[in-house]
Ligand binder design. Structure first.
Ligand SMILES: *Cc1c(COP(=O)(O)O)cnc(C)c1O
Length: 768
């Protein structure tokens, strides 16, 4: 369908009148946003009803997190009407960009949730029948501000702006039963528009509601609303996203959330299969399910339960499960591999627990070594083991990560089922992460090689012969992006960054393994070096951080405080002002990432080798023409393979070295040999910074004292990091440096989420 400006404006006007009793000239920003979005949803710019009906085998992507970010610009772009809508609004004196204020849908913590969002977009753009299933959290990831350098958290009331992109589907509501409580699950469907191909898939998020909202008879008998407590419990399930990244919280509410989401999804699907007269034992000819990390793994015993309730035997049901479920592992951190107290599951979900016991018994009956292969052991249910035992395929998310799974984390399982294990290296969608966030650069590429790369990112390698030609324009575009980011940072963080500075960026969740600490210490090293004259002609650099720390993660919050103190020290020192600037942006999210990624000169990917399963921000930066300063970890390894290690800045211990060194590691020796490092460390304890709460002192201790000081080898890698970082900063600005940037873009083809979902479709889901 073609876009008709008059018709569109009439639609918007009609919705404004009907829903808000207003018109185009008087509508508030929020009213206009809702009306414009609804006009797009209601106008047949893409036919949702037709495509999601399908008839083809579909895959359900089960995930506790979907970090979608802002929908409107991406949706308009994918529908091919972004400029048309902008023009239509401009013709009535309204500015589409005003919707920059709209809250992100932040129903995820970080990389794992953003990956799910990228995969949905890519699958739709490739015409693959993939639908997301998750929870419609009332509050998403907390809003972060800094108060006196400390992280402060507030509820993320994302629905404040309305949710015009979703439709409540009352007819598909189901009841989810816990031992103590039954709740109604109501789905909200959001269309996922493919990139200019007319395909529409679905993200289905479940909301929990009371089964019986109000007990009228009890009220009438003057007993009050006896249901009130139960109803409160029911709505509470979807109240809030657990703000944890790489840590498992053994909270009953979290278990309720996990079960709620998979039970609702599976009940709905099974009900529809039955209604269509399908044989449930052949469920796998119509469906498969991807379990995104361990959070949705309880889907396995739930489907076992449902199928037996429908008359299947345990073995039949097990056979179905072993064909429909697949499992993605995202981390090797022990604290993130979910384990539940058996009693907790047995109490809350007795019928589901019985199925887990059934799996354990089945496993025992196979005569395997019980010390290696177990699901329940010593009163604990191991969700990853359950997933590996039952699932058809298990995948890691980068080559190095999958190898670690095979040789370390799940070695025994791999030896038992080698054919189950596959690698699918993560990817990002080039639509949001280049076309949308960096339109001028995208146009520059279009001018050289056409637009095929929009949907086939391998094509982008064709810019290689044009790189020399592109350098001047690329620099102009980067400078423009930097100016825009600097203006935004000035407005929102109050820190001024001169535009001639190098933008050195580390944005990602705050975690000790990601080693923001290493970056922080290097800044102090540069700061004191410049002040005492041991470092001269330092290239002017702004160090930009963005990260949220899980509210209960003490050390992560201490690191935020430390970096904010460093920023205060550095930014207020006139002597170093020509060389250094430090800013920690507040409330890092997808929309902030879009602004930062296109403006960065350096992409810091400096986790301890072996810890970052893949990383995806490394890919976003690469695609936007930014060199990586990083360790041989996660997808950095493959970035080096694709772009050539000579075009990145690599430092630090490798996975093998880490394993050897860790056995005898004693950081005090390193500190003793490096006075500049000692000086940087001492700022945590010598009164340089205010530390009434004593958190900097604890940070210092975590690096230097206790049973395992410096668990993530910050001090070990420090000298090499600083050496390579200085080399990078001094290379900056040369023709050779800019060439490296564009070589990175040209080599980013592999990291398209289109490639990743195509691999899933072919190797795991068997969908077309
Ligand atoms: C891409 C992205 C991430 C993941 O970053 P990593 O550096 O790969 O951990 C986290 N948060 C947001 C908002 C993102 O866009």
């Amino acid at each position: 369908m073609t876009f008709e400006r008059k018709q569109f404006l009439a639609d918007v006007g009609r919705i404004l009148a009907a829903d808000y009793a207003t018109d185009l000239s008087r509508a508030t920003r929020k009213e206009l946003y809702n009306a414009v979005s609804k006009a797009v949803m209601q106008g047949a710019y893409a036919d949702w009803s037709k495509t999601s009906a399908g008839g083809k085998k579909r895959c359900g992507y089960f995930s506790a997190e979907f970090l979608m970010g802002r929908a409107i610009f991406n949706n308009l772009m994918n529908l091919g009407i972004l400029e048309e809508v902008e023009g239509a609004l401009a013709s009535v004196g309204q500015d589409l960009n005003a919707f920059e204020e709209v809250e992100d849908a932040a129903l995820g913590n970080g990389g794992l949730g953003r990956l799910a969002a990228c995969y949905l977009e890519s699958a739709a753009s490739k015409g693959l029948p993939l639908d997301g299933y998750g929870i419609r959290y009332r509050y998403g990831l907390f809003r972060q501000t800094f108060v006196d350098g400390y992280q402060h958290e507030e509820g993320d009331d994302w629905l404040r702006w309305g949710d015009p992109w979703s439709v409540r589907v009352e007819r598909d509501a189901v009841t989810v039963r816990f031992a103590d409580l039954s709740v109604r699950a109501v789905p909200y469907d959001t269309p996922i528009f493919g990139y200019r191909n007319g395909v529409v898939n679905t993200l289905r998020l479940w909301s929990s509601e009371p089964v019986q909202p109000f007990d009228f008879s009890a009220f009438n008998e003057m007993k009050g609303d006896s249901k009130a407590k139960e109803n409160f419990e029911a709505t509470k399930i979807c109240d809030v996203l657990y703000p944890n990244d790489n840590t498992m919280v053994g909270k009953m509410l979290r278990l309720r959330q996990q079960y709620f989401m998979v039970s609702a999804s599976l009940q709905d699907i099974v009900r529809k299969q039955k209604a269509a007269g399908k044989d449930l034992l052949a469920l796998d000819s119509d469906y498969c399910f991807q379990l995104n990390d361990t959070h949705p793994v309880i889907a396995i015993p739930e489907l076992l339960r449902i199928l037996q309730q429908e008359g299947c035997t345990f073995e039949e049901a097990f056979g179905v499960c072993s064909r429909v479920f697949n499992f993605t592992n995202h981390t090797i951190m022990a604290e993130a591999l979910e384990k539940w107290d058996s009693l907790a599951i047995a109490d809350l979900l007795p019928d589901v627990y019985e199925q887990i016991v059934g799996c354990q018994k089945r496993l025992e009956n196979e005569g395997l070594d019980g010390s290696k292969f177990y699901i329940i052991r010593e009163g604990t249910v191991h969700m990853a083991n359950l997933a590996i035992y039952v699932a058809a395929k298990v995948n890691g998310v980068a080559e190095i990560h999958t190898n670690i799974l095979k040789t370390e984390t799940f070695r025994d399982w791999y030896e038992l089922y080698p054919e189950k294990f596959v690698n699918i290296t993560n990817g990002i969608t080039p639509r949001r992460w280049l076309l949308l966030n960096n339109p001028r650069f995208a146009r520059l590429i279009d001018e050289k090689i056409g637009t095929k790369w929009h949907t086939d990112l391998k094509e982008i390698r064709k810019i290689k012969p044009h790189i020399a030609d592109m350098l001047p324009s690329f620099q102009v575009i980067k400078a423009e992006n930097k100016r825009k980011l600097a203006a935004y940072i000035k407005e929102h963080e109050g820190v001024e960054i001169p535009e001639n500075f190098i933008f050195d960026v580390q944005v990602k969740r705050l975690h000790e393994y990601k080693r923001q600490m290493l970056n922080a210490l290097s800044i102090l090293y540069f700061y004191y070096g410049i002040k005492d004259g041991s470092i001269t002609d330092f290239p002017p650099t702004a160090f930009i951080f963005g990260a949220k720390a899980a509210p209960g993660y003490y050390m992560a919050k201490a690191i935020i405080k430390f970096i904010n103190e460093i920023a205060k020290l550095v930014n207020s020192d006139e002597e170093v002002a020509p060389y250094l600037r430090v800013v920690f942006v507040q409330n890092y999210n997808v929309s902030y990432a879009e602004k930062i990624v296109c403006a960065a000169d350096v992409s810091e990917q400096i986790s301890m080798a072996g810890m970052e399963a893949s990383g995806t921000s490394n890919m976003k930066f690469m695609l936007n023409g930014t060199v990586t300063l990083g360790t041989m970890d996660g997808a950095n390894v493959e970035i080096c393979e694709e772009a050539g290690a000579e075009n990145e800045y690599i430092f630090g211990a490798t996975v093998d070295e880490v394993a050897t060194i860790k056995r005898f590691y004693w950081p005090l020796e390193i500190i003793g040999q490096n006075p500049a490092l000692k000086r940087a460390l001492d700022t945590m304890i010598d009164g340089t910074f205010s530390d009434e709460a004593g958190s900097l002192k604890k940070l210092h201790e975590s690096l230097t004292a206790g049973h395992t000081p410096d668990r993530y080898l910050v001090l070990l890698d420090f000298a090499d990091y600083v050496r390579v970082k200085e080399e990078l900063l001094r290379d900056y600005g040369t023709e050779e440096f800019w060439t490296k940037c564009l070589l990175n873009t040209s080599a980013a083809g592999k990291f398209s989420a289109d490639r990743a979902v195509s691999e899933y479709a072919k190797l795991i889901w068997h969908i077309k």
